[in-house]
Design a protein around this ligand. Sequence first.
Ligand code: NAD
Length: 318
Amino acid sequence: MLKALVCGAGGFIGSHMVKRLKDEGFWVRGVDLKFPQFWETIADDFVVGDLRDSHFCKEIIDRRFDEVYQFAADMGGAGFVFTGENDADIMHNSGMINLNVLDACWKRNVKRVFYSSSACIYPEYNQMDPDNPNCAEDSAYPAQPDSEYGWEKLFSERLFLSFQRNKGIEARVARYHNIFGPFGSWNDGREKAPAAICRKVAMAKDGGEIEIWGDGMQTRSFLFVDECLEGTTRLTRSEWSGPVNIGSDEMVTINQLADMAMDIAGKKLTKKHIAGPLGVRGRNSDNNMIEKKLGWRPNRPLIEGLEKTYQWIESQLT
Ligand code: NAD
């Protein structure tokens, strides 16, 4: 029986990955500071503990896992990452986790290790024009991420690839672009735009208003979690390391995202634009590389995933 370790299995993507691996027939160990908040884990073994502790890492990486997925990080949406208030924690905590997990994998002779990097590594100077952002993989350098979160991710990408070069780890690195779906943060200050907007729309009375950070003309793309897992497992089991974008290339403005949520809800609401942390002006996933290397690219429409997410968030409110 194949064995997998999911670090960050109490979080959004990690908890979905546990389910997927179980459905595929793996024996799965999940590790996190906490159990999943919104659903019961079906991991065969779930250990609550702190991956910043190197002794703990060595204890849980006690066998030669066939696949290790490293999702654990101190992270959140714009309200967590772009205010500057959490920079030290983001850099220190996530850096420590990555250093410890990799070292323990190497000492246990684990080979295949996936690392979840982010589109936040891309330089700010290529993302000023909301209609034409450049996020091709080879545009990452000269580096100028717009957040410490992006800098830590860039450091850790290099860390994983160094362990591949020097220590026999088979690292697989993806740069996720705004992953969303049910069973993720939606009201704790760490939520991302799709969940925040679905919550605001679900809570508003028809004819009322919702607040949008900025003018709403900033562009992004959003990838439903199921397609994220598909890309992640395809990359992990391929013979190629990346880094590669895993994201949708259906770019929308935040105003359009809000309109979609209103259509789903069947509500007409006024958008009130207020000051808030924003991030780069435009971002979209460039999917040429993933198509070329893996023969696959995400292709489901945004509205499909947004409907499922809206319904789940609405169900949380009742
Ligand atoms: P999440 O916050 O839901 O999950 C991360 C998990 O890591 C949390 O459950 C948290 O408790 C756990 N964790 C944090 N510190 C820990 C520690 N010291 N020891 C053990 N566990 C710890 O985030 P997510 O959305 O599931 O993202 C997973 C990964 O993907 C992260 O590395 C994130 O940076 C990356 N990523 C996510 C997105 C996205 O849109 N969701 C985009 C780009 C990159």
